[in-house]
Design a binder for this molecule. Structure first.
Ligand code: SF4
Length: 218
């Protein structure tokens, strides 16, 4: 990661100018795409406000039928910020980086855990790069529950022992779906066509799965 820091981070002060320099922003976004790929993402693309879609029914699907992470993780519904209220906040952003990791259905628990953790590590690194470049409101959202991805079978410490707090405070974050992003529609808008997948899906679908995440930059 030290090499990547030297290569990609700029550590700029925040300008007093109210307007963002668009040429510099374009160059920075291009650099973040390269960083995303270097960190292991299969695809990364710049998205604008009209390219991402929000729908509060997405978080309904966390509860009906009930996901095993529902209410067991501080970053999952109903503990995560509500989709309707966060839509107002997300609406303030106008550009971001959408990320995809392609994979086959994991053949081992370790393999699955490693992939899930790697996506959160990459997301945090991208968010940090933007933050240190002066985009201090950059904010990333992951894929799936941070409980499974970062804490494995352990209970969420943020819920069970709030005085100790989260075990992974710099990595853990809500997923796109927990925030109310329509991930299928947003990915399709980027040209990434996803199959709804689950335990009962055919092998050809299980061999072509994706995880999707986003970093909102400005
Ligand atoms: S990473 Fe933090 S918020 Fe997520 S399950 Fe673990 S302790 Fe809870």
């Amino acid at each position: 990661m030290e090499n990547l820091k030297e290569k990609y981070l700029r550590f700029r002060p925040v300008s007093a100018e109210p307007e963002i320099n668009e040429d510099r922003l374009t160059a920075d976004l291009t650099r973040y795409l390269a960083l995303a790929r270097e960190l292991g993402a299969s695809d990364a693309t710049v998205v604008e406000r009209e390219d991402w879609h929000l729908d509060p029914r997405v978080t309904l699907k966390c509860a009906v039928p009930r996901c095993r992470n529902y209410s067991t993780c501080a970053n999952c519904p109903p503990h995560s910020p509500g989709a309707t209220e966060t839509a107002v906040l997300i609406d303030r952003y106008r550009k971001g980086i959408l990320l995809r990791w392609q994979y086959q259905r994991e053949t081992s628990r370790d393999e699955g855990a490693g992939l899930r953790r790697a996506t959160y590590v990459s997301l945090a690194a991208l968010e940090a790069a933007a933050f240190y470049d002066g985009y201090y409101l950059a904010c990333g959202f992951g894929s799936g529950s941070c409980r499974l991805s970062l804490c494995g079978d352990s209970l969420c410490q943020e819920i069970t022992e709030p005085h100790k707090g989260c075990r992974n405070p710099l990595l853990a974050r809500p997923s796109m779906e927990a925030m109310g992003f329509d991930v299928f529609k947003t990915a399709a808008q980027a040209g990434w066509i996803l199959n709804p997948a689950g335990r009962g899906c055919p092998e050809d679908i299980a061999a072509n799965l994706s995880r999707i995440a986003i970093v909102l930059i400005v």
